[in-house]
Design a protein around this ligand. Structure first.
Ligand code: AMP
Length: 451
């Protein structure tokens, strides 16, 4: 998970980055940071908390310079500690390096062990630090070539923004697991995890950074940016779960509208698992809304907002941890009695992971909302395998679908019926113009890399 944002040529680069991170807050709420540079010197601010809390006006005023990179964190590797907050900023023989990473390296543990055995001292438990150590050990004196050499040794998911004294570098791993997009802002380049950040700052979306692409922006002449493909070619495997749940619906992901993709998932879901005779389709807000609209449109069953989500819970309830998740559901979601009382209700959600949300919510819909029947429709296939590429999924034993049939899951969550979108149906409705493929390991167990 996590978000990255970077700008190479703006006199208020850190303020633009701060705004960009605001739009990307949904990708990580544990902490945030910015590294900026002026006259070849770096400035850094990193703290735990939401973007709005981390960057006070005085903190932003200290982040001078016309280039900056930023990060919001959701820990997948390494705990939620100060040392693990990003962008990392470290010194090496070729100067300082700031690095912001979205993704997860699958061979980080093995590389860390090897590097430690050879004398490296790690400051964090963050897999991103491996990249800096590998860069520092490179014989290359140019940070760009050292970065390429380092990245050729790592395996897994990385969308990276790297800032050094005279360059901003954007790079995406050859599989293209995590998103990364390029925009244009006042004639210079800007990078973000999602296009919604461009909308906020007023930048124009140009294109995806392609899987395996590296874009180097010279800070002295940002318009002279250079794109190369320095890695061995491999199958492209963009993350399908970004389209299902993670990205914001107002973003353009893989050159398609997330909102439209999700409505399409709902339409196909209605074909595959119609809820004949139901009275109303309601989404689990916010992430279930587009799929529920699609389901209602295709099935002809009226749509209503039968559940209201509180937006004032704060980050405590979206941090990892079963105990927190359990009691968070009621605080977060409440039924609208007038919309569902005495009705046969279709509840559309984007995914079912541990089943905690659905189980508690269905009971709440019956007990508090007075629903007569509750039919659950999930706009994704059963999540049966953990993600090792940067989405925070629990271990296999905690994933309900790894060990339970759909009928058992239905019984556990207490639904009258349960239907999941099939993997075929999902892939049919999201196909890329280029014909390139997706990573759907969380549903199929087909991991594109050795784990
Ligand atoms: P669960 O209660 O574990 O079944 O979680 C299902 C709910 O969590 C769904 O409403 C999803 O929208 C949401 N969800 C799915 N994947 C994730 C994730 N990786 N992190 C946080 N929430 C998620």
């Amino acid at each position: 998970m996590c978000a990255i944002f970077g700008v190479g040529s703006h006199k208020e680069a850190s303020k633009i980055t701060y705004l960009g991170l605001h739009a990307l807050q949904h990708r990580g709420q544990e902490g945030a940071g910015i590294v900026s540079t002026t006259d070849g010197e770096p400035h850094v601010c990193r703290r735990k908390g939401h973007v709005a809390e981390v960057f006070t006006e005085s903190a932003l005023n200290r982040l001078h310079g016309s280039a900056a990179i930023g990060h919001t964190r959701y820990s997948t590797t390494g705990g939620n500690t100060m040392a693990n907050l990003q962008p990392l900023l470290m010194k090496s023989s070729f100067g300082w390096v700031g690095i912001a990473h979205n993704g997860n390296l699958v061979n980080a543990a093995a590389l860390t062990q090897k590097l430690e055995a050879e004398g490296s001292i790690f400051q964090s438990t963050n897999d991103t630090e491996v990249i800096i150590h590998l860069m520092a050990r490179s014989r290359e004196r140019d940070p760009e070539r050292a970065l390429i050499e380092a990245l050729r040794q790592v395996e897994g998911a990385y969308s990276l923004l790297v800032l050094v004294k005279d360059k901003l570098i954007a790079v995406r791993d050859p599989y293209g697991f995590r998103p990364l997009v390029l925009g244009e802002f006042l004639g210079g380049p800007v990078f973000a995890s999602e296009t919604t950040a461009f909308d906020l700052v007023g930048a124009a979306y140009k294109r995806e950074i392609a899987p395996g692409e590296m874009v180097v922006v010279p800070l002295e002449a940002p318009k002279n940016m250079v794109s190369t493909f320095p890695f061995e070619k491999t199958l492209k495997r963009r993350c399908v779960f970004e389209a299902i749940y993670f990205a914001r619906p107002d973003s353009v992901l893989y050159d398609q509208s997330v909102h439209t993709m999700r409505k399409d998932f709902g339409r196909v879901l209605a074909d595959e698992h119609p809820a004949l005779g139901a009275d109303v389709v309601i989404p689990v807000p916010d992430s279930g809304v587009p799929a529920a609209i699609g389901f209602a449109e295709r099935s002809g069953i009226p749509f209503d907002m039968g559940i209201i989500r509180s937006h004032y819970i704060g980050r405590t309830f979206i941090e990892p941890g079963q105990a927190i998740r359990d009691f968070g559901v009621k605080l977060k979601l409440n039924p609208v009695r007038e919309a569902i009382q005495g009705k046969k209700v279709v509840v559309v959600d984007d995914s079912l992971v541990r089943g905690t949300t659905s189980k508690k919510l269905i009971k709440h819909l019956r007990d508090t909302g007075g629903a007569k029947e509750v039919h659950v429709r999930i706009s994704a296939p059963p999540t049966a395998y953990p993600c090792f590429y940067g989405i925070d999924t629990p271990t296999r034993s905690e994933l309900l679908a790894s060990s339970h049939s759909i009928e058992k899951i239905r019984d556990y969550i207490g639904a009258d019926s349960l239907g999941y979108l099939s993997l075929d149906g999902l892939l049919k409705s999201i196909s890329l113009k280029s014909g390139e493929g997706f990573c759907h390991a969380c549903f199929s167990g087909e991991y594109p890399t050795p784990i």
